[in-house]
Write a protein that binds this ligand. Structure first.
Ligand SMILES: *Cc1c(COP(=O)(O)O)cnc(C)c1O
Length: 426
């Protein structure tokens, strides 16, 4: 597989290099040189396959002969060891539930596949995973790498800005997992990580590796569940399919668009955000004017400078698609609360991220279309909010109940690069 740097097309790397480096020169994102495309006959056959076989075929179409098919399939089987069911919410709307993995969020797919790829590529060379999280990436990365030989994981997150349960889920592991609570917002954490990757000494000494949504292996993994969703839908829904993606860094949406580029029959996508609406405003006005990040109920989407956006633009350019075909909506807090309640009256318990996507979908769906929204996290992960909105107490799933009683092992850090550097070199 060949990839190029979006900021410098002359920098070309292999899949192994892209996975290991994360980012290219000038912090440029890597993008696939070839965009594979399946025929309609291929797609029909693939939709009949099981999740692991189909996903291996998709991933192999990108990765090519860099990883032999059998080895890749074994890795995929280890990574995708849980289902992604489509659950009907109303006549013409369903939720793709991506939260049945170990950390109850969709980031398990990308995190676990990336861990498998890194371990395949690195063999026994030591590596330090450094990543910033606004919530769920951290948990997914921590659990994906927990206990792996020769891997040290350092996770930065905005102190007090992620849900207490979310924090418990990944800050209680210990062992090779170090968690750092930063005095600042997610963008500050992300900036610190970027600075660390600009520091050649650090990079070399530690074998630094990023595991957030910019890593290409995570994106490729996420393509697979869009196919899995379509495989579960009735035939007539397939060509009338509108998919609404609750978006923060826009990795999930990028993966969906890549699935469409491969030939998956999706009519259109909707980019749904909370009040951090840089992209909806951009799609409306053509002007890129990020504002300060604001805290919302859907805190994993509290991102005002989404780092995967350049990939979305590149894909539209390469496919000669029009950005105006992309649906969009920003959903405010009051409407998000109302959406969680409305979903409950439909018999579906949801949480703020999925509720944002559902609301955007409901407002945009035309007669004859079938709507799918992504359920990116288990409602119990956002229990405080959901309980307050619905005025009832949700039971905790066992994965969370177990961790809820454990002590946090995080260290505090100011949003200061020298402090981070010292911590990393300690
Ligand atoms: C990360 C996350 C999102 C946003 O996904 P992006 O790929 O960053 O756009 C949405 N919902 C939940 C629950 C998340 O954890």
């Amino acid at each position: 597989m060949k990839l190029y740097n979006l900021k410098d097309h002359n920098e070309q790397v292999s899949f192994a290099q892209a996975v290991t480096q994360g980012l290219g020169r000038q912090q440029g994102l890597f993008f696939p040189h070839d965009l594979p495309e399946f025929s309609l006959t291929d797609i029909d056959a693939m939709l009949e396959m099981d999740f692991v076989s189909r996903s291996s075929k998709i991933l192999s179409a990108f990765i090519g002969d860099e990883i032999p098919f059998q080895r890749l399939e074994e890795r995929v089987r280890s990574a995708f060891a849980f289902p992604a069911p489509v659950v009907r919410v109303s006549d013409d709307v369903a939720c793709l539930e991506l939260f049945h993995g170990p950390t109850l969020a969709f980031k398990d797919f990308g995190g676990r596949f990336m861990a498998q790829m890194l371990s395949h590529i690195r063999g026994d060379k030591p590596v330090t995973i450094l990543t910033a999280t606004s919530g769920d990436t951290g948990a997914a990365v921590a659990h994906a790498f927990y206990g792996m030989q020769n891997v040290r994981v350092v996770i930065l997150y905005p102190r007090g800005k992620i849900s207490p349960l979310q924090e418990k889920l990944f800050c209680t592991l210990g062992g090779n997992i170090e968690t750092v609570a930063v005095e600042g917002d997610f963008d500050a954490c992300q900036a610190l990580v970027k600075q660390a990757f600009d520091d050649e000494t650090l990079k070399q000494t530690l074998g630094l590796n990023s595991a957030n949504s910019i890593n290409i292996s995570r994106l490729l993994a996420q393509i697979c569940y869009y196919f899995e969703a379509v495989a579960q839908l009735p035939q007539e829904a397939r060509n009338q399919l509108v998919i609404s993606v609750p978006s923060g860094n826009f990795g999930d949406l990028t993966a969906g668009l890549l699935a469409k580029a491969l030939g998956l029959p999706v009519k259109r996508f909707i980019a749904a955000t909370n009040a951090n609406d840089t992209v909806p405003r951009y799609l409306q006005s053509g002007e890129w004017t990020p504002k300060a990040t604001v805290a919302t109920l859907s805190n994993a989407m509290d991102v005002s400078q989404p780092n995967n956006w350049p990939r979305v633009e590149e894909l539209f350019r390469r496919k000669v698609w029009q950005l105006k075909e992309l649906g969009y909506a920003a959903v405010d807090e009051e409407t998000t609360r109302a959406a969680v309640r409305e979903l409950k009256t439909l018999g579906y318990i949801s949480e703020p991220h999925a509720a944002v996507a559902w609301r955007a979908l409901r407002d945009a769906l035309q007669p004859g279309e079938f709507g799918l929204f992504l359920g990116t996290a288990h409602p119990a992960k956002f229990k405080e909010s959901v309980d307050a909105i619905l005025g009832e107490t949700l039971p905790l799933p066992p994965e969370l109940a177990e961790r809820a009683g454990m002590a946090l092992l995080s260290v505090n850090l100011p949003a200061d690069f020298d402090a981070l550097r010292a911590l990393l070199l300690k």
